[in-house]
Design a protein around this ligand. Structure first.
Ligand code: ZN
Ligand code: ZN
Length: 413
């Protein structure tokens, strides 16, 4: 038996004035999702805990069956894994932004005018592998992800993730000096490495040909790298060890690939899966169908539903849901002719009139094979709440799915 989890990021919502008091999911024309709800069983999920807004990182861990209170180690390592860096136990990873500072060191733009990925790539080539003379045993790995964003990994010797961000998360102030957040030599050493990294990279970036060209063209230079979200990588038990399935992930964004990779999924790269509104949903669905030949469980992620929520565009979110429902048809058809279970859900609620994550439960449905048919006929926040699945926690989702797959060990005899 095989399974697909389709996760639309930030799927849950609240009534929107511009949609006549409906949520984007309620307002969406999505005949396939509604048919699956009719043929399957539905419910709602408190992804981390009731009434507790969660991030995508902890939300994904929970949906994949890993209690984030036990297994979460900060966002940096997940982003780094997703960016293709093979982490080792004890590595400290950060999320980074290329940003712009003026001569006095004041931050003018936290995104350096959203520099292009190709410019970021060129800058990164001169930063990754940078030697810090005071710490000859330390290795610096830096990789850009999308536009001004990237990841930094510090490797070697005693390190700690108990360090403060250099990113003040606002403009008009100076870059923060990294501080140890605990009284340990590891934390002090890591903060000192971060400080040296920031100074050295600023020197390199200030006079970099890419930035000289940007100045000539009237664009802000990317002359500093801001660090945030430190995390210390440790090997997690794999999904195969815990749930006896081999998994693959298909996603655009680095974070989602990274969380899946951390728990032992293989990453199937789809070049046209961009993690943005123009992502190629059909190509992703084809990759899912293809991957099911080799894997027991394929996880497909759609980011743009959350992006539309943060952009406060309920209509755009509704449109992404409609497109996803339509694009999902080949997987539904596969499930009609072969043994396949499908889970459709989200990782948190992002009300698109608020533009931030909230702790309302998200809808979920199980479909395929011998899944019970409840009386729910629409896939949305309110209809699903009346279904057979009831109200569950995020960490229960994998258990329920694996129960269908027959891979859960019996308790007792
Ligand atoms: Zn999310
Ligand atoms: Zn979000």
């Amino acid at each position: 038996m095989k399974a697909v989890i389709l996760l639309m990021d930030g799927l849950g919502d609240r009534p929107c004035r511009s949609l006549g008091g409906q949520t984007p999911l309620q307002a969406a024309h999505k005949p396939l999702f509604d048919r699956m709800a009719t043929e399957g069983e539905s419910g709602v999920v408190d992804v981390v805990a009731p009434g507790t807004p969660n991030g995508s990182d902890t939300g994904h861990l929970a949906i994949l069956g890993y209690d984030p209170h036990i297994y979460y180690f900060g966002r940096g390592p997940f982003e780094a894994l997703g960016a293709g860096i093979d982490l080792r136990e004890g590595d400290i990873a950060f999320r980074c932004n290329f940003a712009t500072i003026d001569r006095e060191g004041m931050i003018l733009d936290r995104r350096a005018g959203r520099i292009s990925s190709s410019e970021a790539q060129r800058l990164a080539e001169d930063i990754s592998g940078l030697a810090i003379p005071e710490y000859p045993d330390v290795k610096i790995l830096f990789r850009p992800t999308i536009e001004h964003r990237g990841v930094l990994v510090i490797r070697g010797g005693a390190l700690s993730d108990k360090v403060s961000d250099t990113d003040p998360h606002k403009t008009g102030v100076r870059v923060n000096i990294p501080e140890p957040l605990e009284d340990s030599t590891e934390a002090a050493r890591t903060a000192s490495i971060m400080k040296a990294f920031t100074e050295k990279t600023s020197e390199i970036l200030e006079n970099h040909p890419i930035n000289q060209r940007r100045r000539e063209q009237g664009f802000p230079p990317a002359n500093v790298i801001l660090l945030r979200g430190a995390g210390r990588f440790k090997q997690l038990p794999t999904i195969n060890e815990r749930y006896h399935v081999r998994g693959a992930v298909i996603a655009g964004g680095a974070l989602y690939k990274g969380v899946c990779k951390a728990v032992g999924f293989d990453v199937v790269n789809v070049p046209t899966a961009t993690g943005t509104y123009n992502t190629d949903l059909s190509a992703k669905v084809r990759a899912v169908v293809d991957s099911l030949k080799k894997y027991d469980l394929v996880f497909m992620h759609v980011k743009a539903t959350d992006t539309a929520s943060h952009d406060r565009q309920p209509a755009k979110k509704k449109e992404m849901i409609e497109k996803t429902s339509h694009a999902f048809t080949p997987i539904y058809e596969m499930g009609i002719s072969e043994d396949l279970y499908v889970v459709v859900t989200g990782d948190h609620t992002t009300p698109s009139e608020i533009g931030e994550h909230r702790g309302d439960p998200v809808p979920i449905m199980f479909w395929g094979g011998d899944v019970r048919r409840d009386r729910v006929e629409k896939f949305d926040e309110v209809s699903c709440a009346a279904g057979c699945v009831g109200r569950i926690r995020g960490v229960d989702v994998m258990k329920l799915l694996c129960n269908y797959l027959g891979t859960v060990e019996m308790y007792g005899e």
